[in-house]
Design a protein around this ligand. Structure first.
Ligand code: PGA
Length: 255
């Protein structure tokens, strides 16, 4: 079965609840006829309930951007998997490079978070990717191999296909410097092969997104690549119009 593309907007720390309401009212009519692409917005915790209520019955799924791996406990300021699933969040972004570099998120933590998300019925979008220095030093494959191995270590083979992976070269995030089609396809095919070393069938089924300066102008080329199953979009997801244009590009991409 063909993999359904997923276009996920990562809002980061943007939009109050009031701003998020304006956004979803602008987005819903623009995606009402979408049939062949899954659409997600990954929103701040404080926007979750409002966005889940407003998007109910539409094609737009609502994800969180982080969570703790424990079900409950003395972890001031943290949010647990059941807290997200009780709200009907569809999933959660895990291991975004901003969380790794600015907030000390480790592969060890991710090895616990990814299975904890699945356990709670949440779809994890696991982000991986190399720095500019790692790419320049031909270290990209090593970095991806290590992240995929460590971060998915706790996921049983029969659940691997439920994970979404986002390949986000760190040098392309928020910089306007998008990976070339060749770089994106090569890295994502490599990640698929790494998953295939664990489980061949899961590797065929699991979706791998590209992220890093995806815009309406470059989306069509990236989304037509054979191993690219969608995009994780930061800046260009903040306006309903440009996000909808990327979703439209995914709808018309040859699969
Ligand atoms: P960008 O962000 O599209 O603004 O580069 C992507 C991301 O951080 O997921």
């Amino acid at each position: 079965m063909a993999r359904m593309p997923l276009i996920a907007g990562n809002w980061k720390m943007y939009k109050t609840e009031e701003q998020s309401e304006d956004y979803i009212q602008a987005l819903l009519p623009r995606v009402s006829s979408v049939e062949t692409v899954d659409v997600a917005i990954c929103v701040p915790f404080t926007d979750l309930r409002a966005m889940i209520d407003s998007a109910r019955g539409s094609r737009v799924e609502v994800y969180a951007q982080n969570m703790h791996h424990e079900v409950e406990g003395a972890y001031t300021g943290e949010i647990s998997p059941p807290m997200l699933s009780e709200l009907d969040a569809r999933g959660v972004v895990l291991g975004h490079s901003e969380r790794r570099t600015l907030f000390g998120e480790t592969d060890k933590a991710l090895a616990l978070k990814v299975p904890a998300a699945l356990e709670a019925g949440l779809v994890p979008i696991l982000c991986v990717g190399e720095t500019e220095a790692e790419r320049d030093n031909d270290d990209t494959d090593r970095k991806l191999r290590q992240q995929i191995k460590d971060d998915l270590a706790g996921v049983a083979p029969e659940r691997l296909a439920e994970v979404v992976i986002a390949y986000e070269p760190i040098w392309a995030i928020g910089t306007g410097r998008v990976a070339t089609a060749e770089q994106a396809q090569e890295a994502i095919a490599f990640i698929r092969a790494l998953v295939g070393d664990r489980d061949k069938q899961a590797a065929e089924q699991l979706r791998i997104l590209y992220g890093g300066s995806v815009k309406p102008e470059n989306a069509a080329e990236l989304l037509a690549l054979p191993d690219v199953d969608g995009a994780l979009v930061g800046g260009a997801s903040l306006e309903a119009e440009s996000f909808a244009a990327i979703i439209a590009a995914a709808e018309s991409a040859p699969r």
